[in-house]
Design a protein around this ligand. Structure first.
Ligand code: SAH
Length: 399
């Protein structure tokens, strides 16, 4: 182990690592004892040569080292096995009923650069760091051993791979060639496309929230904006909504949502429309004319994509968030519930709340907050690593 290349940090840079943050930026590095190859394991020490941890090195990435362990650890099959088993224990404890969930969530599970999603007996992985990517073979062997899956696929089609000097790629790493898979979320069936579905197929991070939001649906009319495969609408229909209307701009997504509703015997109460939500709100208000003064929905869900990928466009994103909240609040019945989510890293909970309040002010509506949401427990939040927290949501009742 002593023969590993050593990355020495500048004075003052060790605290973050000791606090558990795995990213060491290029600017934090004082010097290297010998040049490591990209993707190799290095040891990290502070400027006084005190050992801090072991990690993956990549000279092409701004994140020079991703710390993988606070110990002198060989990164081998038994390491991956231990880490994945530890991650599984968290899922078993907090989502004992789930059969489809995120097995490994990168930094949240001390495996920076690795995501593994379990869709029943199919596993999908993403390796977003070079160190992890190089060890795909070991990871696949470990997953085979632990899960005995029907197939393991990679969805490495993320643009972010270029930041690590890697090409985009995808395909089957083990087992059957599959296009789609049917999963159970809270006992409901959803079919997802393994080649083209968002993220690695669908939004596992909302699994707990589908149930939580559905509590407000009984006996009411539900509008599910940005519905994708119909997660919120279909859960609402099962919970007793008289009607659930999902709106999403993707024809493929709305067609898939329709067939998911049917597969659950809820096709008669769920309708999915392909439209841009911003336009849909405008057209709906115009169509209803004078009737627009009489709000029509008991529960509205807003779960848009992240409107911003960087800090520079936060202003535009906030205008977008404000507009949909304003329009939704105007269409909500008194006593009705607005469940709203924000998955943008650059818009924190406070800023999100400010936008909602600004929309409520313009609509002259008063809100009572009745629930606070976060990502499902298979996307653990480690407060020492701020980046692990990204999904925030609230439910408000119209006072
Ligand atoms: N609520 C969904 C996830 C939504 S992801 C779930 O739980 O699975 C965001 C969705 O918004 C995507 O399906 C995308 O097609 C859709 N979308 C993005 N911009 C849109 C717009 N302006 N109008 C309508 N849909 C949009």
């Amino acid at each position: 182990m002593e023969s590993l290349p050593t990355v020495l940090l500048k004075p003052g840079e060790a605290d973050r690592v000791l606090a558990g943050h795995p990213w060491i930026y290029e600017g934090a590095v004082m010097r290297l004892t010998k040049p490591p190859a990209d993707g190799d394991v290095v040891q990290v020490k502070d400027h006084r040569q005190r050992f801090l941890g072991t990690g993956f090195f990549n000279s092409k990435s701004k994140i020079r080292v991703r710390v993988i362990s606070g110990e002198r650890q060989s990164i081998d099959a038994s390491f991956f096995r231990q880490r994945i088993e530890a991650a599984m224990a968290v899922r078993r404890r907090h989502m004992p009923e789930a059969t489809s969930y995120r097995v490994v969530n990168s930094e949240s599970d001390h495996l920076s650069g690795l995501i593994v999603d379990k869709y029943e007996d199919v596993l999908v992985l993403q390796t977003s760091s070079l160190g992890m990517d190089r060890r795909k073979g070991q990871i696949v062997d470990t997953l085979k051993h632990l899960f005995h899956p029907r197939a393991i696929l990679e969805r490495n089609d993320m643009g972010s791979r270029k930041f690590e000097g890697m090409e985009e790629c995808g395909g089957t790493l083990f087992g059957e060639e599959l296009e789609t898979v049917e999963v159970r979320l809270n006992g409901l069936r959803f079919t997802l496309n393994l080649k083209s579905g968002h993220k690695t197929g669908l939004y596992l991070d909302q699994q707990a929230n589908y149930q939580a939001v559905a509590r407000f649906a009984k006996g009411g009319r539900v509008l599910d904006c940005f519905s994708f495969l119909g997660g919120f609408g279909i859960h609402a229909a099962r919970a007793g909504a008289t009607q659930a209307l999902g709106v999403d701009q993707s024809e493929d997504a709305t067609a898939a949502a329709r067939s998911n509703a049917k597969a659950n015997g809820l096709g008669d109460r769920c309708v999915f429309e392909a439209a841009n939500v911003f336009d849909w709100f405008k057209v709906r208000a115009a169509q209803r004319g004078d009737a627009a003064a009489k709000p029509e929905w008991d529960l509205i869900v807003l779960d848009p994509p992240s409107f911003t990928r960087n800090r520079a466009s936060v202003g535009d994103a906030l205008r977008g968030y404000k507009e949909i909240h304003l329009r939704a609040l105007k269409m909500l019945k008194p006593g009705g519930v607005l469940a709203t989510f924000c998955c943008s890293h650059h818009v924190n909970a406070e800023l999100f709340m400010d936008v909602i309040l600004a929309a409520a002010y313009d609509a002259r509506k008063q809100l009572r907050r009745v629930a606070v949401y976060t990502q499902s427990p298979d996307h653990p939040v480690l407060p020492a690593i701020a980046e692990t927290e990204y999904l925030k949501g609230f439910a408000f009742e119209l006072v």
